[in-house]
Design a protein around this ligand. Structure first.
Ligand SMILES: Nc1nc2c(ncn2[C@@H]2O[C@H](COP(=O)(O)OP(=O)(O)OP(=O)(O)O)[C@@H](O)[C@H]2O)c(=O)[nH]1
Ligand SMILES: [Mg+2]
Length: 718
């Protein structure tokens, strides 16, 4: 089958933003204006579960009015195919943004015109920086009371460290938001109704525009009065991208054509030389078609971005794979979901063509996969397809071996594509089936949820035998359990949320241990010498084999590593995992008959236990970056309360009519914060938090934690 859409006509884009900025609302309009659906559903109409937006179709999404999982849809606009992923803004579901950005070529970053740049927009912006994703900004909600376009642009510059380039100016704001000046065409686009089918009029930008349109707010009038200034800024910035046009402009004042300006905007966007800024109100149906135009005109096609890097076993880049149908097949699995169709593995094809029935190699795991059914997803609906080509995002049905982050490729041309990075979950709860008889069903369902979401971790508490689920936040864990009810028909209960503490140590030392046992006939023997040393925060665990002359036979070295890996999970202070250290096996000895992998594993475990006790172990706790947004009247109370929670105020930021207080606060101090905050501020403040880093727990607090853990374990095993 030949290719139907040329690669240059594909846009793989994501919509990213802080929670509630209007991503799903914008996506609904995009689907309406591109003719993919004939109605628009609004978020606040879905709570009774009778209807839903296209992308927020989960019961939990409808009930809560937030996006939980990213959903892929596609549509055509001006003959270009737009594959679009609507992502969640809530910090607990950040994994969804993370993996989407990993496989997308461009992004539309949406801002609430009142609140401006909010914490999750910052996090997502940084993620997009990490993955080098070109983006454009859309200042939404210009109709809301307190909307301020220029303040938002200023925050994009200051808080995101970006170089915003204003391409549209709002005409009016709040109730009187009428449309925008398109600075490329230098035309005013004006709507006289909020109706979804209302057409805009195109007017000349004349000095009396504000009077003509009844714009009275002084700041809104000033924006219009300065239209020429912003146009000049746009032209000057664009010309940096085109030497010939710049020269003509400087020599004889030649104004670049709109086509030249568009080419420059495209080039500058793709290279992230600047980020264009548009405005609108998706809810009032103003500006969405213009966002679509900009997506088509300025965001990259798969062939416009750098080729995907291929890596070696340690993740170091060793080459690249060009985006082309003529290259061998390679794709990255970025998402697994459990669906009515079975397990669906979403892949982004980077090169080559994949046909139904093919057999491909999972190079990450060294396994073969047979490609059965293949589908293109439109939110929850699957459309069967026969092949997928470079640049496509499709889903494969019922793969056996492939997980998120794995590479699938042509076995004759094996490569491993750059892996994905996942956030570390910091809150844990014990979970179990509500009905004892459903323990197996519950365990199965939980396994599937964890497979689908790499920001969930499953552990078994060695002493109490409880199943411990770790996640990004309380909402994440609650939603996970609730989805097991709706998707797998099994109910679970969870314990109180706990902080995922860590242990580490402060001194370097070398420890020797001999494991020796004589039982009846054959004996057991292994001796190890291991140096333990602390590493920087976040380094995790490293193992080095520095033995010489076969003092520990090669085949037993992996057993030493395995023993350490197992034992480090059970720290000496309060059984939390031990992190941020290197263990170097420097020497040892063995016995021809009595030594084997198991004896070395046992010796390594005991060596670790002995060493860590002597190496000044300490407890580490997750520290969150908390941002509390409050009206000024309550500022003193809010700050006082944060200080009591061991938080030190880092910044105070202007957030429209409110003030945002930013502080690192230990997670353990944040339980119950929302209740306290509401009662302190009569419900007028809100907060968001995200994991920042691990810090040592102060001595006194650490003693309490250790004691509590000991008590809880004793109670659970009694
Ligand atoms: N006034 C106004 N409200 C809007 C606009 N766009 C969205 N909203 C409202 O803002 C709320 C959140 O909109 P969503 O589209 O769900 O926001 P989201 O960014 O998808 O949120 P998450 O997916 O949960 O992060 C809804 O109540 C929308 O009706 C707008 O342009 N103006
Ligand atoms: Mg949403």
């Amino acid at each position: 089958m030949p290719r139907t859409t040329p690669l240059a006509d594909i846009r793989n884009i994501g919509i990213i933003a802080h929670v509630d900025a209007g991503k799903t609302t914008t996506t609904e309009r995009i689907l309406y204006y591109t003719g993919r659906k004939h109605t628009i559903v609004d978020i606040h109409d879905t709570k009774d579960l009778k209807t839903s937006t296209t992308t927020d179709y989960l019961e939990q999404e409808k009930k809560r009015g937030i996006t939980i999982q990213s959903a892929a849809v596609s549509a055509f606009w001006r003959d270009k195919k737009i594959n679009l992923i609507d992502t969640p803004g809530h910090v607990d579901f950040t994994i969804e943004v993370n993996r989407s950005l990993r496989v997308l070529d461009g992004a539309v970053v949406v801002f609430d015109g009142v609140a401006g740049v909010e914490p999750q927009s910052e996090t997502n912006w940084r993620l997009a920086n990490n993955y080098n994703v070109p983006r454009m900004c859309y200042v939404n909600k210009m109709d809301r009371s307190g909307a301020n376009f220029m303040r938002c642009v200023d925050m994009i510059r200051k808080r995101l460290g970006a170089r915003p380039l204003i391409c549209q100016l709002p005409i009016g704001s709040e109730d009187n938001f009428k449309g925008m000046i398109d600075l490329v065409e230098m035309k005013a686009l004006v709507w006289d109704s909020d109706d979804k089918d209302a057409e805009w009029q195109t007017l000349e930008v004349t000095p009396d525009l504000a009077d003509k349109l009844g714009i009275t707010i002084p700041t809104d009038r000033k924006i219009l009065a300065d239209a020429e200034k912003y146009r000049t800024e746009l032209v000057d910035t664009c010309l940096e991208q085109d030497d010939a046009a710049m020269e003509a402009h400087l020599l004889n004042g030649a104004m670049p054509s709109t086509d030249t300006l568009r080419q420059c905007l495209r080039k500058g966007t793709i290279t992230s030389a600047f980020t264009i800024v548009l405005c609108g109100s998706s809810y009032k149906n103003k500006g969405v078609q213009q966002v679509l135009d900009a997506v088509v005109d300025y965001l990259p096609a798969p062939t416009d971005v750098a080729s995907i890097k291929t890596v070696d076993a340690d993740g170091h880049p060793i080459g690249e794979r060009k985006c082309s149908d003529d290259e061998p097949f390679a794709a990255l699995a970025f998402k697994v979901i459990n669906d009515v169709y079975g397990a669906l593995t979403f892949i982004r094809v980077y090169s080559g063509v994949l046909t139904k029935g093919a057999s491909v190699e999972n190079t990450t795991r060294g396994k073969r996969e047979k490609i059965g059914r293949m589908v293109e997803m439109f939110a929850k609906d699957a459309n069967p397809i026969e092949e997928a080509r470079a640049g496509d995002i499709v889903a494969l049905v019922s793969l056996a071996e492939t997980d998120t982050g794995d590479t699938l490729c042509d076995a004759a041309h094996p490569v491993v594509l750059e892996r994905m990075r996942f956030p570390d979950p910091v809150i844990s709860v014990s979970v179990k089936a509500k009905n004892k008889g459903e323990a197996d069903k519950f365990g199965n369902a939980l396994g599937k949820m964890v497979r689908a979401d790499p920001s969930l971790h499953l552990e078994t508490d060695r002493e109490t035998n409880e199943t411990i689920l770790r996640g990004m936040g309380e909402l994440h864990l609650e939603v996970t359990l609730d989805r097991m009810r709706t998707e797998f028909g099994v109910e679970g209960i969870m314990g109180e949320p706990q902080v995922a503490y860590r242990e580490t140590f402060t001194k370097k030392l070398t420890e020797q241990y001999t494991h020796k046992k004589q039982t009846g006939g054959s004996g057991q023997f292994a001796e190890v010498w291991i140096t333990f040393e602390p590493l920087a925060r976040g380094a995790g665990f490293e193992f080095v084999d520095a033995t010489k002359g076969g003092s520990v036979p090669r085949e037993f070295v992996p057993a030493v590593e395995k023993g350490l890996k197992m034992q480090k999970e059970d720290g000496v202070l309060a059984h939390f995992p031990t992190v941020d250290f290197r263990a170097t096996l420097i020497d040892g000895s063995y016995h021809d008959v009595d030594s084997n992998a198991l004896t070395f594993e046992i010796a390594a475990k005991a060596c670790f236990r002995e060493a860590i006790r002597k190496a000044g172990p300490i407890l580490l706790e997750p520290v969150m970056r908390v941002e509390t947004v409050t009206p000024g009247d309550y500022l003193g109370d809010v700050i006082g309360d944060i200080n009591r929670r061991r938080g030190a105020i880092e910044e105070q930021l202007d957030r429209g009519t409110n003030i945002a207080v930013v502080a690192p606060v230990p997670l353990s101090e944040m339980f119950g914060y929302i209740g306290q905050l509401r009662s302190m501020t009569s419900g007028r403040a809100s907060y968001t938090m995200e994991f920042s880093h691990y810090d040592p727990v102060p001595r006194q607090v650490a003693e309490e934690v250790i004691e509590q853990v000991a008590k809880a374990k004793a109670a659970a095993s009694a």
